[in-house]
Structure formats: C-alpha cells, structure tokens
Design a protein around this ligand. Structure first.
Ligand SMILES: Nc1ncnc2c1ncn2[C@@H]1O[C@H](COP(=O)(O)OP(=O)(O)OP(=O)(O)O)[C@@H](O)[C@H]1O
Length: 303
C-alpha cells in the first residue's frame, strides 16, 4: 500500500531525544497510512526503542511532534497516546505475574471504561482525586445495570482476544501469569494491546527470545492482523519476519532514518548493507548473540 494515497494515521516529525551526550533519536520523521505495516530495523542502539517510547508517550521528546489522525499528541503523555488509539508492547514483555491472564488483558481496558469509572476528569485535581476513586469503588460493590452491561462487553472483548491465541491463552485464562511460558507472556501482552482496538499498534520485538516455531506463529498472527486492516509499526531484528510482513521498512542508524522503502529496496540499499548488515556480519564473526537472530529462517503465511 502506498503511503501517499491516504492521509497518514501516524505522523512523526523531527523527533529528537538525547541522553546526556548520546543522540538516541536525531530528527526521525516518518508517517504511516491506515492499514499499513511499517517495520523499523537497525543495529543495536540505533534508536528504535527510544522512537517507540517517544511515540507512545513513555518519554518526552527534546523536539518534534507525533500526530495521530491529524491530531497532535501532548508530548510525553502515555495517557494522551493511549487516548488517541496508540497501543504498544514492550521489548522485554510486561505482564503482571500475580494477575491472571484474563486480568492482564483486561487491565489495558481499564482506562476506556466509562460507566464503571465516573468523574475521571476530576482525577486531575489533587484535592478532588478521591471522588472518582470513591465512585468507582461504590459501583464495583453495587453495580448498576449500565455497569453490568459494560462488564459484559469487556468480558466479551477479552474473550475475543484470548480466542485469537486459541489453545495458547484461552485454556490458561484463569491461570496466574507467572505460570506462563515466556512465549505465552508475550502473547498475553499482545492480546492486552489488541483489546484496546488500537488505531496504531506498536510492537517492540514481539518475537525476541522466541524459537523458530514460536516466531513463525507470531508472524502468522501479525499477517492475520495485517489482513484485517490493523495499522502496525513493528520494531524487529528478525529480518525474515520483517521481509515477509512489511509494506515499508525504515532503517535507523545512530538515531537517524538512513533508508526507507519496500523490503526488496532495503535489502539492496548500499547504506543499509554498510550500516546494518555489514555490522551484523562483523558482529556475527565475533559471536554476537543478538546478531544471530537475524539469520533465522522464518516462514510467514501470506496475507
Ligand atoms: N534511558 C536511557 N538512558 C541513557 N541512554 C539511553 C537510554 N535509553 C536509550 N539510551 C541510549 O540511546 C541509544 C538508543 O537506544 P535504543 O534502545 O533506542 O536503541 P535500539 O535501536 O532500540 O537498540 P536495541 O536493538 O539494542 O534494542 C543507545 O545508545 C542507548 O544506550
């Protein structure tokens, strides 16, 4: 899909972020069209995760803007990003071990509840913060019909997401997350992000640490999401996954976009071979464990 045909659903302009003397993100610009699958690749430390952190409001940029469907987001606000429809997963996976799988998925929906969480606008005022909490507790103890209806809708949404991962998550819905395998924790995190029915789904290395079979399964699920029209930004080291799924690939190096194009264009780009693949080969020679992931063979179903 060509980005220019449709108004972008995500537009990132002039994004910069430094940590001390390190220019982690140094003027990153790109946009994503509705339904487009864009991957961000680059050597270790090239600024991929920082870019995702800036888009999702986890970090405040030193400069630059993020727009979702033409609306500029408040800088450094996870709430604003989530409210605009950005959902993300984390590189290392973040689930709450002592909550069940179902609760872990549901927790992402908490901010979207309306009837069960009245007066949320008052939470901004320190002196009145207790009022919405009190109302929420009262409604949890004695739910109104509207609260019960919202509860049922939430349960259905969670069930839909768990069903997406069929035998992996659905039978484990009531198990505590600490009992899950690593791959299932990562699946739980993706299910949580999807439950928000995001405008843009940001995935930070969803297949990291997974074996070949598990990686292929993630690839299949991403292919299905893409076929369903979900807009996705994927940060990934596993190039087989990137090449199989992406409409467009951005290559970062030292905080800058050094190349952009289809997977085929990227694979033949001299700058990429030099900055990314060249370095990868050099690292592989000295036994860099991370670099090895890029050489794995992954088969992903067609969309
Ligand atoms: N919180 C932080 N404090 C200091 N430096 C940071 C911080 N976060 C990132 N950096 C630095 O910013 C640069 C970009 O890091 P980032 O994690 O965004 O890269 P990356 O491309 O995601 O790397 P990887 O592929 O290893 O995950 C690196 O030099 C990193 O050390």
């Amino acid at each position: 899909m060509s980005e220019s045909l449709l108004d972008p659903v995500l537009a990132v302009r002039g994004l910069r972020k430094s940590f001390g003397g390190v220019h982690a993100v140094d003027g990153v610009e790109f946009s994503v069209a509705p339904g487009e699958f864009v991957s961000i690749i680059g050597p270790n430390g090239s600024g991929k995760t920082t870019t995702v952190n800036l888009i999702s409001g986890l970090l405040r940029p030193d400069a630059g803007t993020v727009e979702v469907a033409g609306q500029r987001l408040r800088s450094g606000s996870q709430e604003a990003a989530a409210g605009a429809g950005i959902a993300r997963t984390f590189q290392n996976g973040r689930v709450f071990g002592s909550l069940t799988v179902r609760e872990n998925v549901e927790i992402g929906l908490h901010t979207t509840l309306t009837t069960g969480r009245p007066w949320q606008s008052l939470a901004r005022f320190p002196l009145l913060r207790w009022l919405p909490l009190l109302a929420e507790t009262a409604l949890a103890l004695v739910p109104t019909p509207a609260v019960r209806a919202e509860r049922r809708a939430t349960d259905a949404l969670v069930d839909t997401q768990l069903a997406r991962f069929s035998e992996r998550l659905a039978p484990r819905a009531e198990n505590n997350a600490y009992t899950l395998s690593y791959a299932n924790r990562r699946r739980t995190e993706i299910a949580r992000a999807l439950a928000l029915r995001p405008t843009v789904l940001l995935l930070d290395e969803p297949a990291a640490g997974m074996n070949q079979t598990e990686t292929a399964e993630v690839g299949q699920q991403l292919a299905e999401l893409k076929a369903a029209g979900q807009t996705i930004v994927l940060v990934e080291h596993k190039l087989e996954l990137v090449n199989a799924l992406s409409d467009r690939v951005l290559v970062l190096d030292e905080g800058r976009v050094i190349a952009e194009g289809t997977p085929e264009q990227i694979q033949n780009d001299e700058r990429v071979i030099e900055a990314y693949l060249g370095r990868r080969r050099a690292r592989t020679r000295v036994g860099d464990a991370v670099a090895e992931t890029g050489t794995e063979k992954v088969t992903v179903g067609a969309d």
